[in-house]
Design a protein around this ligand. Structure first.
Ligand code: ATP
Ligand code: BTN
Length: 265
């Protein structure tokens, strides 16, 4: 198998990644990154694996990562003031960076971000982002930004594991990128956008990349299900939704599951 690990150093050359740990197989790159952050890893340290046996999505849901077919990567970021203030923007940062990289490679690709943490192509999930925090008392010591991208066909989870339709870059792009160049391009975009995380331009770019802005949405939030329309994105990443009875709801980032009832994409 063509291992990404053998050539990782060349794909990271010249980037401000001070150190990395790369594994043929691991439980979860996010778990490794959290442990490493606790042991003092520097800003932009990176963990990557060819296969995850306990890859995680939100709420402990399983993230399928078979060997050699996906990008499974976690970055350790030491908090900056804007990131402490708006941690949700780090999820957006990773998703937006990937979205822009894919659109640069294929400008007409029907891609977008499904708020809050997934990248879709043709309405199917191709990537997910999971940001976790290492706390010391009430202070975040590090953020771990984990991203999984389905690159080759073999990375697609079996149908019975898809709570939402899934796809891969190989299925959706005539010339899908290799995992190494994709990783590098994503990191470059992350580095550039991180500098602008607090700018209004960041919120605008994020908003423009979001799918379903015109759609009727079904939202599961805790034990309630709401049906309404997207009105706006708040500065802190919450979604402003107007339900059919006219009420405005601010949906907390992170605890919500979204479906489009009548989609615009
Ligand atoms: P949903 O994706 O159902 O809207 P969600 O965004 O909260 O909900 P996550 O926790 O973000 O879901 O992602 C985990 C879910 O993604 C799993 O329950 C599974 O259905 C799906 N999944 C797992 N592995 C992959 C993968 N490699 N590609 C696409 N989807 C996956
Ligand atoms: C989601 O859609 O819920 C997010 C999925 C995040 C998966 C990535 S793969 C690399 C990192 N390690 C994990 O265990 N999860 C993230």
């Amino acid at each position: 198998m063509d291992s990404l690990l053998d050539r990782l150093a060349s794909f990271l050359e010249g980037l401000p990644v001070p150190a990395w740990r790369a594994f043929e197989r691991i439980g979860s790159t996010n778990d490794e990154a959290l442990r490493w952050a606790e042991a003092g890893a520097a800003d932009w340290s990176l963990v990557l694996a060819e296969e995850q046996t306990a890859g995680r999505g939100r709420h402990g849901r399983k993230w399928h990562t078979p060997p050699g077919a996906a990008l499974a990567v976690s970055l350790i970021l030491r908090p900056r003031p804007a990131e402490r203030r708006w941690p949700a923007r780090l999820t957006a940062l990773a998703a937006l960076a990937l979205y822009q990289v894919l659109r640069n490679m294929a400008p007409t690709l029907p891609a977008g971000i499904k708020w809050p943490n997934d990248v879709l192509i043709n309405g199917k999930k191709v990537a997910g982002v999971l940001v976790e925090t290492l706390w010391e008392a009430d202070f975040p010591q590090a953020f771990v930004v984990g991203m999984g991208v389905n690159v080759r066909k073999a990375s697609c989870p079996p149908l019975h594991e898809q709570a939402f339709p899934a796809t891969t870059l190989e299925d959706e792009m005539p010339a899908p990128p290799g995992r190494g160049p994709l990783l590098r391009a994503w990191l470059e975009a992350m580095i550039a956008w991180r500098e602008r995380l607090a700018d209004p331009a960041f919120l605008t770019a994020w908003q423009e990349a979001l799918l379903w802005r015109e759609a009727l949405l079904e939202v599961e939030s805790g034990d309630q299900t709401l049906i309404g329309r997207w009105l706006a994105l708040e500065e802190d990443g919450r979604l402003r939704l107007q339900t059919l009875d006219g009420h405005i709801h601010l949906l907390p980032f992170g605890e919500v599951r979204l479906r489009a009832l009548a989609s615009d994409s």
